[in-house]
Design a binder for this molecule. Structure first.
Ligand code: AMP
Ligand code: MG
Length: 401
């Protein structure tokens, strides 16, 4: 058995992001840029006014002076002449500053009387002018490679004159559920069987993590059938299976995939839930063999599939930020496996978090998992902890889930 941290490190070693594709800016939100985005123009393109008012020579615009209005330059209609001493040009926010002017007298500080502009407040040189290139210059990197695009980045890319961007292709993730006893929701359920919740839960997780799930047909517990089903994952960036990896069964998925050249990197992690997790590669394609129990599959999905999705998407996966919380109920001592306890959070009177683990932690109980909003992390061999003691907590909200 290896530790959770070692398993995470081994999974991310040598992981190659998906190739780039071009997408329109309206499709680019949440995607990861595959190449530095360099501005295709300088912004602002020229010295522009930041206010409505009058373009002036600051040396003339002393309080009490009277300037002569010689024209108007609305935004998008630059003034063609040159401003001489004693003159003013009417301008607006976004107007190009006329030649000869070096400041903007805001209209609140001016009084207009026909062609005369009375200066009510003196103006400093450069006042209310946005300099050319003040935001960015042509050729400058405005969005670095590997950044996940936010609405702010989309605006910036548009301003830098990009109608499209190079982004990493969404990772295609094949999901293979195994088991004689399972059926997809809505399909006939074998006698004594259950509905396969894993395929849907994982597909949703994959979508939330920026991937494109490909749900394969359920494979019966048969090496040949598993191999045939997994064959349909050709072309995927990652294959995720569930079930058929526990002690009595581990040969099933492993043997099935071996027929397709699968080589195991590690199997079994010192954690609960999810000990029988398996990881390896089938040719170039990484394969994550998740346990069948729905809670194990999802908890392991967050810990191992999520960083895989980020890495394949071109991001640098960081461990999700954990929070400290005080225990709402005592916990017993832990054994050698790291424990991830399903728990509910509430706020204490002082605003700090209180985490209360569910008394039942069965890894098949999906309703409790759905009701939980965090996992309490219990390191191996953690001693018993009393109510009020501080523990580390992983909030589902840290994943936006
Ligand atoms: P296994 O890892 O195949 O031994 O499965 C462990 C437990 O998870 C068994 O009780 C299975 O019935 C259950 N299980 C396996 N696959 C699924 C699935 N796709 N959805 C829900 N439960 C499953
Ligand atoms: Mg099974």
């Amino acid at each position: 058995m290896i530790s959770v941290a070692e398993a995470q490190a081994r999974i991310l070693a040598d992981l190659r992001p998906t190739p780039a594709e071009i997408v329109g800016l309206s499709e680019a939100l949440g995607r990861v840029v595959a190449a530095d985005v360099r501005a295709r123009l300088t912004q602002p393109p020229a010295d522009l006014s930041a206010m409505d008012g009058y373009a002036v020579k600051s040396a003339d615009a002393e309080k009490g002076a009277i300037l002569r209005l010689i024209g108007s330059a609305p935004a998008g209609h630059p003034f063609s002449g040159t401003l001489e001493h004693g003159q003013a040009v009417r301008i607006f926010t976004g107007s190009v500053i006329p030649q000869g002017a070096d400041a903007v007298l805001i209209q609140e500080d001016a009084a207009r009387d026909g062609e005369c502009v009375h200066v009510r407040e003196s103006v400093r040189p450069g006042r209310h002018i946005r300099r050319a290139g003040q935001d960015f210059r042509a050729g400058e990197v405005v969005i670095p490679k590997g950044k996940k695009l936010t609405p702010r980045d989309i605006g910036l890319a548009a301003a830098a004159n990009y109608p499209w961007l190079f982004v990493h292709r969404r990772p295609r993730v094949a999901v293979l559920s195994t088991g004689d006893e399972i059926a997809l929701p809505g399909e006939p359920i074998p006698e004594g069987g259950i509905v396969s919740s894993n395929a849907h839960a994982l597909a949703a997780l994959i979508r939330a993590g920026g991937g494109e799930p490909i749900v394969l047909p359920i494979a019966r517990d048969d090496v040949g059938v598993i191999a045939e089903a997994a064959n349909a994952a050709a072309g995927a960036d990652l294959l995720v299976s569930t079930g058929g990896v526990s002690v009595g069964e581990h040969d099933l998925v492993q043997s099935g995939l071996s027929k397709l050249g699968f080589e195991v990197d590690f199997w079994r992690i010192a954690m609960r839930p999810g000990k029988p997790l398996m990881y390896g590669r089938m040719g170039e394609t990484p394969v994550l063999g998740l346990p069948g129990n729905p809670v194990s599959a999802l908890v392991c999905g967050l810990l191992f599939l999520w960083p895989l999705l980020l890495g394949l998407s071109g991001l640098t996966p960081e461990p999700p930020a954990t929070t400290r919380a005080r225990l709402g109920a005592p916990l017993g001592a832990n054994d050698k496996r790291m424990d991830f306890l399903r728990a509910r959070l509430s706020r204490a009177e002082d605003g700090s978090w209180v985490a209360t683990a569910f008394p039942v932690q069965d890894s098949a109980m999906l309703k409790l998992l759905a009701e939980a909003d965090c996992l309490i992390l219990r390191p191996p061999h953690a001693p018993a902890a009393a109510t009020g003691e501080s523990v580390e907590v992983l909030r589902f909200a840290a994943f936006g889930l």
